[in-house]
Write a protein that binds this ligand. Structure first.
Ligand SMILES: C[S@@+](CC[C@H](N)C(=O)[O-])C[C@H]1O[C@@H](n2cnc3c(N)ncnc32)[C@H](O)[C@@H]1O
Length: 205
């Protein structure tokens, strides 16, 4: 557990500090619209998924920081829930989509969190993880900054995240999202990861 609750202090200014990702790109990667529910894990103020209201049946935001969630409470169609990714208070297979933007490297126990995410994802559902591309020097500076600020980041390279998702039992591949971030896209079902790698390679190149 970090010594200090950084997000309590960042919450009121977070949306001004960090620009939200472009909605069109995420929307395509998440294959929206859908009629089912979308879960935004580590969704904080809701600035990312507020953009998808109207394209999904329901938006639920799970985050342990009540200060971050308080900002999301102003939005009439966001449903904030105070919970860590490692212990989600939801039944099995209820979310058709799960998105996680810039949050995974803040988790205490990534392996456990990934099991929880796959537990609550529907069998045909899709999980999209957006993380900073730590291979870029600008992002390495961010990681050092977070270490100095005692945020205890876990800057896993994308291949490691793909491996962890696969170990948790899903098909997964990494996609370049452009800029300074990467996407890890995961789907449940029988894990034919060799085929998934082939398709991802063809899509990108
Ligand atoms: C950098 S912010 C990103 C917030 C949001 N995804 C966005 O892009 O606006 C990271 C978020 O992860 C949350 N977080 C930290 N540890 C977490 C955990 N174990 N489970 C879920 N969320 C967590 C923090 O409270 C914070 O809101």
């Amino acid at each position: 557990m970090p010594l200090f609750d950084h997000f309590r202090f960042l919450a009121p200014i977070y949306r001004y500090l960090v620009p939200a990702p472009k909605p069109d790109d995420l929307q395509r990667a998440l294959e929206l619209p859908i009629s089912g529910a979308l879960l935004d894990v580590g969704g904080g103020t809701g600035r990312v998924t507020a953009q998808f209201v109207g394209q999904v049946g329901q938006v639920v935001i799970a985050d342990p920081s009540t200060a971050m969630l308080r900002q999301a409470m102003d939005h009439p169609r966001l449903h904030p829930v105070a919970a860590p990714a490692e212990l989600l208070p939801f039944a099995d297979t209820v979310f058709e989509r799960i998105v996680m933007v810039d949050a995974l490297h803040h988790f205490q126990d990534v392996e456990n969190a990934l099991h929880e995410l796959l537990r609550v994802l529907t069998p045909e559902g899709r999980l999209l993880i957006q993380e900073p591309d730590w291979r870029k020097w600008t992002m390495r500076l961010v990681s050092w900054g977070e270490k100095i600020a005692l945020m205890e980041p876990q800057p896993y390279p994308p291949e490691t995240i793909v491996e962890m998702v696969r170990r948790a039992g899903a098909r997964a591949h990494c996609m370049e999202s452009g800029g300074h971030t990467v996407w890890i896209v995961a789907e449940k079902g029988v894990a034919d990861n060799a085929a998934t790698d082939r398709i991802a390679g063809e899509m990108q190149g």
